[in-house]
Design a protein around this ligand. Structure first.
Ligand SMILES: [Zn+2]
Ligand SMILES: [Zn+2]
Length: 366
């Protein structure tokens, strides 16, 4: 009889291991050890601390990837940076390990590919694993996230989490310094920055979509209160429900940055951070996940899809559009919310998430 891992217990072991970004060395070693215990030949993905391994039926068939993220978040506590699992990724690893233990020896065709991914929070982990070829043999990929009480009542699940695309753009305005008594000899970078802020606030996208853009940083200071500042830096945070919407939004912003600066006789440097793609879930997979939730938890525990936040999981579909993908939410009573230093959850509800992974795989490969 194969050993069944208990996600509640595993989450409590993983919680204090919390590590940040790509540097999840101890977490990686823990996951590999647990997978080896249940007979899965797990190993690191290239030089990263990501972990992968197969449950192989030995027969031909599709490859279904199940993905959990591994990293915690940095917080300041008593003047020190500490890592805390405040986004529930400890729970995600635990759910996937339990699901793996329940699937060993149970599939009759194809393979299950387990993917434990570092650096979800800085949105670099999925791309690092994609570069290592993690998607090469994958036909379907499924992910999940624990949800705060505001999104899902504890003990319920939703078949889709429609993360928005999100990004940041940094704008540096180059004007011309002058004595404050001779403003006509300068180009005041503050005027240019505020004109850009006002113009961006007048962008209108189709209100049927969820989207937003707002300035989050503004700095202009040439070191003296009687000098017209030559330089200002600005940052905008932007979000949108689809990748197409965000593309159009950034095109409009770029026109505003360039043309507004030009109108004032200034120039701009524009630098985008990596844009996290929007969820582009396959409706048939979402419907299958809804049925898995009905079958494992009961129809009364199936909640409608929720939204909010970003997830670098969506780089997988973006990198390989032929993959089918799904992403479900698990109501584990996260309070007061994700990314809160004092975040807690009811980890006795994690087996519900494991059950959905298991049911989905067995429907395809059992
Ligand atoms: Zn997070
Ligand atoms: Zn997260």
């Amino acid at each position: 009889m194969a050993q069944i891992l208990d996600s509640t217990k595993l989450r409590r072991e993983l919680h204090p291991l919390a590590e940040i970004g790509m540097d999840v060395k101890n977490t990686s070693a823990y996951v590999i050890r647990r997978l080896k215990e249940i007979g899965i030949d797990a190993h690191r993905v290239g030089e990263t601390y990501g972990v992968t391994g197969y449950i192989d039926s030995g027969a031909p068939g599709p490859v279904i990837a199940l993905r959990a993220d591994m990293d915690a978040l940095p917080f300041q506590q008593n003047g020190k940076t500490v890592a805390i699992h405040a986004c529930g990724h400890d729970g995600h690893m635990a759910m996937l390990l339990e699901a793996a233990s329940r699937l060993v020896g149970k599939i009759r065709r194809g393979k299950v590919k387990l993917i434990f991914q570092p650096a979800e929070e800085p949105i670099t982990g999925a791309q690092a694993l994609i570069k290592e070829g993690i998607l090469d043999d994958v036909d379907i990929i499924i992910g999940a996230h624990v949800r705060p009480v505001q999104d899902l009542k504890p003990g319920t699940l939703c078949p889709s989490v429609c993360h928005t695309s999100s990004g940041h753009v940094h704008v540096t305005i180059h004007g011309k310094s002058s004595h404050a008594a001779r403003p006509h000899l300068g180009v005041n970078a503050i005027y240019v920055a505020t004109a850009i802020v006002n113009a961006v606030a007048q962008i209108h996208m189709n209100p049927e979509n969820v989207w937003s853009v707002k300035p989050t940083q503004l700095c202009a200071d040439d070191g003296a209160f009687n000098v017209v500042p030559a330089t200002a830096t600005l940052c905008f945070d932007f979000r949108g429900q689809t990748n197409e919407l965000v593309k159009s939004l950034t095109e409009q912003m770029n026109r505003i940055f360039k043309n507004t600066a030009e109108a004032y006789g200034a120039t701009v440097d524009v630098k985008y951070d990596v844009i996290c793609p929007a969820a582009n879930l396959d409706p048939d997979i979402t419907e299958e996940l809804a049925q898995c939730i009905r079958d494992t938890a009961g129809a009364d525990r199936l909640a409608p899809g929720c939204g909010g936040g970003g997830e670098d999981f969506h780089f997988y579909k973006l990198a390989k559009p032929s993959i089918k993908n799904g992403y479900f939410g698990v109501g584990t009573g996260v309070t007061p919310g994700l990314h809160k230093i004092n975040m807690t959850m009811d980890d006795t509800l994690l087996p519900m998430g494991s059950a959905v992974f298991v049911k989905f795989v067995l429907n395809h490969l059992g």
